[in-house]
Design a protein around this ligand. Sequence first.
Ligand SMILES: N[C@@H](CCC(=O)NCCCC(=O)O)C(=O)O
Length: 246
Amino acid sequence: MKPVIGVTPDFNAGERTDMGGSEPTYFLRARYIRAIEELGGIPLILPLVAGRAARRRLLDGVDGLLLTGSGPDLPPRLYGERQRYPFPLVSERRADFELDLVHQANARDLPLLGICGGMQTVNVACGGSLFQDIPSQVRDALQHRQKTTAVHVAHSVKVAPNSLLRKIVNQATLKVNSSHHQSVKTVAPSLVASAVAPDGIVEAIESPAHRFLLAVQWHPEFLFERHQAHRRLFEALLRAARRTGA
Ligand SMILES: N[C@@H](CCC(=O)NCCCC(=O)O)C(=O)O
């Protein structure tokens, strides 16, 4: 049976100039949905409901989760810092929802794949922190906001041996795209870094204690149609999701 994968959308509460302006608006790039559907899952876009009980009900109805990216950043107070750079922040509703969703998913060992901002949310939810702005804080950093579209790769990453990621992609190095100005600074205590860029930027994290908790800084939904290694990420999520409740 096809596994149902809950997909978190972005949300404009009405304060952003993009995506709906003053009208509260959900939005989500279709590539996330296409990747899940084309590789054998049933994508289910999740409303950012308030309250733990409602979120618990949502999780009862899915076999796995995909935490998607977000142009705006997580509020730095969520990892104990004051905001140091004038970048837009993700809506409180989305931040509250996804942080709680990570906690609840981990408690029930629900398979979860985080992408880009979704990786940063997983790390913060588990107690880690972020570089608020790579160019301002990381000396000699690569250009992590590529000028070309994300269907093109931008840099390589080294994949940690014996990691879940390595088992999935079966490669020691991987070419990835890049569309972010933040990244993991301290990896959460319960997680490990499983891919690193040549400049030391953490590009993937995972949990050794869960059957499938993996998050990547790049956007495999732009690459899965032409790159087998990135297709395998979604296939592995779907495989793990099929075992949910089996
Ligand atoms: N704001 C964070 C996360 C970047 C991110 O998720 N980018 C994706 C943009 C939205 C999308 O196309 O899905 C950062 O800049 O590091």
